[in-house]
Design a protein around this ligand. Structure first.
Ligand code: GDP
Ligand code: IMO
Ligand code: MG
Length: 432
């Protein structure tokens, strides 16, 4: 990592392999910071054949000398966080963790409300992970949210909780007609208990990170989700509720990084999508099922089968633009092996027009038909061949993989400098 501040964001619909890429660079970072999202995210790391599944914990947690920070822009479910800490501790990893006192807390009524919202929004919803993300974000904007720091101040917490509980439980019962049994007192006591358990990690992470930045420490900001799920730039309303493009790092971590950052966009060699939205390059039927199984495209968070399709350069082009990407990491090239030919979407045909930039209009996006270029594929690689390629570097890759990568670079005008050909930390090539 040649720059002091590096940002890693998803360039597609999430699950691109951000966790793996973050873990790869985390050892060289002093801080790894989550700045948005919540436990709707699921990041899988594979190190020495051990598999780690993370939801809230930053993907630098496996390095003892790297400090993991959950920034103010993250939505924290303390129950899930404690579970993750306990799983890691059982496996001998002591998280070196700091949590922002300004981060918002996902409460039980948010999760109940997510259920009602998803049914109400139906086909105009996103197919939420039902972790309470939209409701907790709405409460933040309504200004009756509960923040992590509130869990340490019993009187303040009581006052805020009374308002938030009333509002949310009324909607759950009266608007959605759903039951909600937990009393305000039960929630109060339970969450004060969580506050007590996570107290040791809670701090002013804005000051912590600001001081680190001034002291020239290396900071890696780890995004969750992906650009097409960003509520401003993605396929709205089929999105999540926190911004995940690189522009949000300063808001979500509380530091104005007044420097030139390295912004890495992670893109899978194909595309996957969990949830509802039009998906122009989707592969259906047998072809889709084969790719889903080969790529093990089943959600880390919900276990849902992920929809899969060909790489979409209209989407990637937008990511490069919106997140000011300096670098692209392409993952899962090994999964496309053995296909003979590979399609790649370079533009959409929308009502007879060739469109190269993502339309804002949902009705146009619903009518978008992919325009493909077809490139020759590459053969399956054995574990030994992969190992040799990671040792010998980019030049040793099959020419057809290099053609695929260089085609993408030319189309989206951004360098592909990180190439991942397996889930393991070492199955990675850095291209200078
Ligand atoms: P994230 O949400 O962007 O962090 O991605 P996920 O962890 O949800 O999904 C990516 C999946 O692909 C994980 O199971 C990773 O272990 C795996 N993975 C990442 N890179 C590669 C790769 O290059 N090849 C293969 N075969 N698997 C990969
Ligand atoms: P990572 O960080 C893939 C999707 C959901 C749904 C929409 C809204 O692992 O890449 P939400 O629960 O946020 O209200 O759901 O966003 N979604 C993700 N899809 N990877 C994720 O995270 C996701 N986080 C949310 O499937 O379509
Ligand atoms: Mg994921």
């Amino acid at each position: 990592m040649d720059r002091q501040v590096t940002v890693i964001v998803g360039a597609q619909w999430g699950d691109e392999g951000k966790g793996k890429v973050t873990d790869f660079f985390a050892g060289e970072s002093n801080y790894v910071v989550r700045f948005q999202g919540g436990n709707n995210a699921g990041h899988t790391l594979v190190v020495n054949n051990e598999v780690y599944k993370l939801h809230l914990m930053p993907s630098g947690v496996l390095y003892p000398n790297t400090i993991s920070v959950i920034g103010n822009g993250v939505m924290v479910d303390p129950k899930v966080l404690l579970q993750e800490i306990s799983e890691l501790t059982t496996r001998g990893i002591q998280p070196n963790l700091r949590i922002s006192e300004r981060a918002h807390v996902i409460m039980p009524y948010h999760i109940a409300m997510d259920e009602g919202l998803s049914s109400h929004q139906d086909n105009l919803g996103a197919g939420s992970t039902k972790r309470g993300i939209a409701p907790v974000c709405a409460d933040k904007m309504y200004r009756h949210g509960i923040r992590v720091g509130d869990l340490l101040e019993p009187e303040m917490f009581k006052e805020k909780l009374a308002k938030a509980y009333d509002f949310n439980v009324s909607i759950i019962k009266k608007v959605f007609g759903l039951p909600f049994e937990q009393s305000v007192d039960d929630i109060y006591n339970e969450y004060l208990g969580y506050g007590e358990k996570i107290k040791q990690y809670i701090t002013d992470t804005e000051v912590l990170l600001s001081d680190a930045y001034r002291a020239n420490k290396k900071i890696l900001l780890e995004g969750a989700q992906g650009m097409s799920l960003d509520p401003d730039h993605g396929v709205y309303p089929h999105t999540t509720s926190t911004n995940n493009t690189a522009g949000f790092v300063e808001t979500g971590s509380g530091v104005g990084y007044n420097c030139i950052k390295k912004n890495i966009g992670v893109a899978k060699a194909y595309v996957s999508r969990v949830g509802i939205s039009p998906f122009p390059t989707e592969l259906l039927g047998d072809d889709g099922q084969k790719l889903r199984d080969k790529g093990n495209e089943y959600g880390t968070t919900t276990g849902r089968p992920r929809r899969v399709g060909w790489m979409d350069l209209v989407q990637l082009r937008q990511s490069v633009r919106v997140s000011g990407l300096t670098d692209i990491a392409i993952t899962k090239l090994d999964i496309l092996a053995g296909l003979g030919e590979i399609k790649i979407c370079v533009a959409y045909d929308i009502d007879g027009q060739r469109v190269t930039e993502m339309p804002a209009s949902l009705s146009k996006f619903r009518n978008a038909k992919p325009i493909y270029e077809t490139l020759p594929g590459w053969s399956d690689m054995t574990a030994d061949e992969v190992l040799t390629m990671t040792k010998d570097g980019y030049d040793s890759l099959p020419q057809t993989i290099k053609n695929y990568i260089e085609f993408i670079e030319k189309e989206v005008q951004c360098r592909v400098t990180i190439i991942s050909i397996g889930p393991g930390r070492e199955q990675t090539i850095i291209r200078e």
